[in-house]
Design a protein around this ligand. Sequence first.
Ligand SMILES: *[C@@H]1O[C@H](CO)[C@@H](O)[C@H](O)[C@H]1NC(C)=O
Ligand SMILES: *[C@@H]1O[C@H](CO)[C@@H](O)[C@H](O)[C@H]1NC(C)=O
Ligand SMILES: [Zn+2]
Length: 489
Amino acid sequence: MKLSAALLGFLPAAVLASDIHVAFYAREVAQLHNVIRSNNELDYGCRPKVLRASESEHKLHAYVTQEEFDALKRSLDPSVRLETVSHHHKRQAITAPIGKGDRFKGGKVAPLGIGTKKGITNAEQLGGILNYNEVYSAMKGLEKEYDIDLFNAPEKTYEGQAIVGGVANKAESKKCDKQYIYFTSGIHARERGGPDNLIYFISDLLYANKHRIGLKYGSLSFTNSDVKKVLGAGIVFIPMLNPDGVRHDQTNSNLWRKNRNPKSSTPGQPATVGVDLNRNFDFVWNYTKHFAPGTGAASNNPAAQTFYGTGPFSEPESRGMKWVYSKFPNIRWYIDLHSAVGDILYSWGTDTDQTYDPKMNFLNPKYDGLRGVIPDTATQKYKEYITEKDLYNAQLQANLTLKAIEKAGGKGWIVDQAAGLYPTSGATDDYSFSRWHANKKLNKVYGYTFEFAPYGEFYPNSDQYVQNIIETNAAFMQFVLNAVKIGLK
Ligand SMILES: *[C@@H]1O[C@H](CO)[C@@H](O)[C@H](O)[C@H]1NC(C)=O
Ligand SMILES: *[C@@H]1O[C@H](CO)[C@@H](O)[C@H](O)[C@H]1NC(C)=O
Ligand SMILES: [Zn+2]
């Protein structure tokens, strides 16, 4: 049964959300690939990711409505098992609370991370998940306590909110040409704890630097000299790239992912509001042109979770993310923080990497309509070019960072190429890496997507919230230390 548009208008937003977290299980990766192919518009999280479940099985997570669940039950190949992991409405009672009021008192109080604050094991001890207003006041608190520079992206969001960023440096390197690291989070609104992970990490660094101490995440320790090295690399950060989406998600608890731009929406159909900012960047944005038919790198359906917008950089949030590269032109290493998979993804996201044919690349129109078929077929043999050295560096960074997460106590994380089995277009990580390929006058940036929360839930429970901070903060520390070693210039 399809609900009529008129009826949808009267249902609360929560009813429309993909309420059921499911996992598909199959022996062969290809079977799950078929699931994705024949159910293109399902919500697979940031991007579909096939993971090893056991010696003999693979799994794929998705978030579906009751209608979709029933339809899948009827249509699914019997060799693929569909299991319910959790029901969103039932989990609500056990998810970490969102903070009320303003624990940072408009910026009079600076946030303290958990690398420097002992004995934190649950979200309540920190005051709950940062509400969207507290993200702004936390930034002001850091500015006041540590004298870091804050900036607003040039344009506000559709709902008039500022996109705020900061620059964490050592005092002696405050110029705009000494920033080599760029971190963003909160581009997908529902990925709760993303902004918190980043803000607490920066808070730890600044506190440890000021008080001449080291940092500890789980059982992984960093020295004060590590802290200085990391700050010395100059970190530009935007903790909440999608403030309108975060406000909407926190207000309605409806697993909202996109921004809130209503331009392409249909009245009475709440799901058609908003653009997936992580498909809106100018990197093979027009997927119907650049990719093979049916590869689903994005969607032109405003109701889809991966709706790509009305043009590359049609949204102020994605333009704001890009603007940072013009303001800090020496950035070399970039992470966009997401959830909920437990992976570190390196370039490219268009197709499987290859190091043998420089002409087979995303800029070459000869390959339009052929990209994104993974694995290749007899007629579609496109792979994305990356130099051997870049591939080595990109993987080395990812491998070493994974080790640090595991040392800190993180379990279930993997390293993978962003494309994995399924391509994406218009994403932050590929856009960042592609800038130099498209224009050799720009700096080369190694772009990554990190997805925390290996347990697969966008809303962490109270302990998971703290564990996520431990894992991501250990990862951020090690990532910058690796960057210093592999090269900032
Ligand atoms: C995408 O490219 C195709 C083929 O060149 C073109 O027909 C279509 O108008 C483009 N779509 C957009 C939204 O620009
Ligand atoms: C990274 O780890 C993978 C998997 O263990 C391995 O195949 C690859 O060679 C490693 N690369 C580097 C540069 O460490
Ligand atoms: Zn995401």
